[in-house]
Design a protein around this ligand. Structure first.
Ligand code: R7I
Ligand code: MG
Ligand code: MG
Length: 349
């Protein structure tokens, strides 16, 4: 479909859920041979395997809250979103939440709480979390707001409800920007795509707080920009090994070690790859490749899935994958409603 078509919206949310559900199998694994990935993926096609459903984790549980809140409030309402996070956690606490964020989610359910951003600020001795929990749920922000500055602003605020360190919330901004650009068709020109992300993140990371956090945590002056430059270098190389991707970009639970990695997975899989079946479409290639990196596979595949799904659209996603993942139908419905919200916005689109 053309820029911001319904197919792209549906692809983004559905492929995000698939990445989470399918990626859960390898979460935390240090080394994942491509052979194991392909075996896992082909088992999804096996009708005789019966009705076993792959459950979604915290990544999707929280993204659903974001989508529901944006739709119900027709925009960003921090109190409503915080309430939904807290309620979702208390209803299903065993979705694999990060060890630190649980404290925030418990505090958010307190009726006495005035400042919904305070529990997140108290994390990790007052610096806030730099985990990827803000980024993993950022895609719906890109689907709700056509205007790029709204996407940045609300992805930031939405992440701040649990992640108040700039290395956490700026990962969410980057992920939302990547989905936003992909929806517009920007992945047709991969080098321009990465240049636009660098240009936006230059501004985002130019901020005083971000510079301070980077200094304290001994990262590059503009940590996400630094990684985006590494992605550009890797893109220009004819051959890149999995080991190099992991050592250059990471595969961990920090936003800095996973959001750029997810973006690289999408870019690397724009063309067919030798290590992947020829029959695979782009979303399949992207998710398979993400899993082969090991580490935080559910989250990297979820984020890469959302960016890739926004590029290739819903039609390219195999029914056999859709059938075996929990929550896909809901994601599809949220996508359709967000599409309407996006296109009825007075800011145009
Ligand atoms: O970021 P968060 O929501 O976790 C998301 C991840 C995804 O992979 C999900 O699939 C799920 O598995 O968890 O949860 P947080 O607890 O805020 O951060 C995750 C972890 O990152 C923490 O438990 C810490 O181990 C680490 N971490 C930090 N460690 C030291 N100092 C995050 N911030 C810090 C920090 O400032
Ligand atoms: Mg998870
Ligand atoms: Mg994870």
């Amino acid at each position: 479909g053309g820029p911001a078509s319904l197919s792209r919206f549906r692809g983004a949310l559905v492929a995000g859920v698939l990445g989470d559900c399918i990626g859960g199998e390898f979460e935390g694994a240090e080394e994942v041979p491509m052979e194991s990935v392909l075996q896992h993926l082909s088992s999804l096609d096996d009708e005789t395997k019966g009705t076993s459903i792959l459950e979604y984790s915290d990544d999707t549980a929280m993204a659903r809250c974001v989508a529901q809140s944006l739709l119900t409030r027709t925009g960003f309402d921090e109190h409503d979103m915080a309430r939904r996070f807290a309620k979702e956690y208390s209803a299903s606490p065993h979705r694999g939440y990060g060890a630190g964020v649980i404290q925030v989610l418990k505090k958010l359910s307190s009726p006495q709480l005035n400042d919904v951003y305070q529990p997140a600020r108290d994390q990790f001795n007052g610096r806030g979390s730099f985990g990827n929990g803000g980024a993993m749920r950022a895609a719906p922000f890109a689907l709700a707001f056509p205007d790029l500055s709204d996407v940045k602003r609300f992805a930031h605020l939405g992440a701040m409800l649990t992640h108040s360190c700039s290395l956490g919330y700026n990962g969410a901004v980057l992920q939302a920007l990547a989905v936003h650009l992909s929806l517009q068709g920007a992945l047709d020109l991969p080098h321009q795509f990465i240049s636009r992300l660098i240009k936006e993140m230059e501004e985002v990371e130019g901020d005083e707080t971000a510079r301070n956090d980077a200094r304290i945590l001994k990262e590059a002056e503009k940590p996400f920009c630094d990684r985006l430059h590494r992605i550009r270098d890797l893109m220009d190389r004819s051959k890149v090994s999995i080991e190099e991707v992991i050592s250059e970009l990471g595969n961990g639970i920090a936003a800095l070690h996973s959001v750029p990695t997810a973006i690289f997975c999408v870019l690397h899989c724009l063309q067919p790859r030798e290590c992947l079946p020829e029959s695979y479409g782009g979303v399949e290639r992207t998710i398979a490749y993400s899993l082969a990196l090991g580490g935080d596979t559910d989250t990297i595949a979820c984020m890469a899935g959302a960016i890739a799904g926004a590029h290739y659209g819903i039609e390219t996603i195999p029914q056999s994958w859709i059938r075996c993942c929990e929550g896909v139908e809901d994601a599809d419905q949220y996508a359709e409603r967000l599409y309407k919200l996006y296109h009825q916005s007075p800011l145009g689109g």
